[in-house]
Design a protein around this ligand. Structure first.
Ligand SMILES: [Fe+2]
Ligand SMILES: [Fe+2]
Length: 137
């Protein structure tokens, strides 16, 4: 069973961004499984790179979406994206062969980010926007 499972109640009412978040869950699960099963540097670094690349792609899409919709407090949200990107880059730089402490920090950082950001921050902003933009049938 996967560590992280996307559920319909995590939806931000946008099909593209929901698909991105689902893909993020998939990538996070693969990083976790990789760290647990094959913590060697050669195996883990490509997974961290995949996570980093997909995260950057998702953040730019989400930020464009928020700018288009004039979502309030967008700068604070973008800053959180930057902080997460920097955290992943720092953990990648620290990752050494079989370094279980860094592996543990990586999994904690990913889990915290999923819980705090995708499931709370993204939904807070996007749900507010959905309330304003939902057509009245
Ligand atoms: Fe997001
Ligand atoms: Fe976000």
């Amino acid at each position: 069973m996967s560590l992280f499972s996307w559920k319909p109640e995590y939806s931000v009412n946008d099909l593209t961004l929901d698909r991105h978040h689902q893909q993020l869950f998939t990538v996070l699960n693969s990083v976790y499984e990789n760290v647990m099963n094959s913590p060697e540097l050669d195996c883990v670094l490509p997974k961290i790179d995949e996570l980093s690349d997909y995260t950057k792609y998702h953040f730019s899409t989400e930020e464009e979406y928020m700018k288009e919709k004039a979502v309030p407090d967008i700068d604070a949200h973008i800053e959180k994206h930057r902080q997460f990107t920097n955290k992943i880059d720092a953990l990648r730089a620290r990752y050494k062969n079989n370094d279980l402490e860094v592996a543990r920090d990586l999994i904690i950082a990913l889990g915290e980010w999923l819980l705090q950001h995708v499931l709370k921050e993204d939904r807070k902003y996007l749900d507010i926007q959905a309330t304003f933009t939902t057509p009245s049938a």
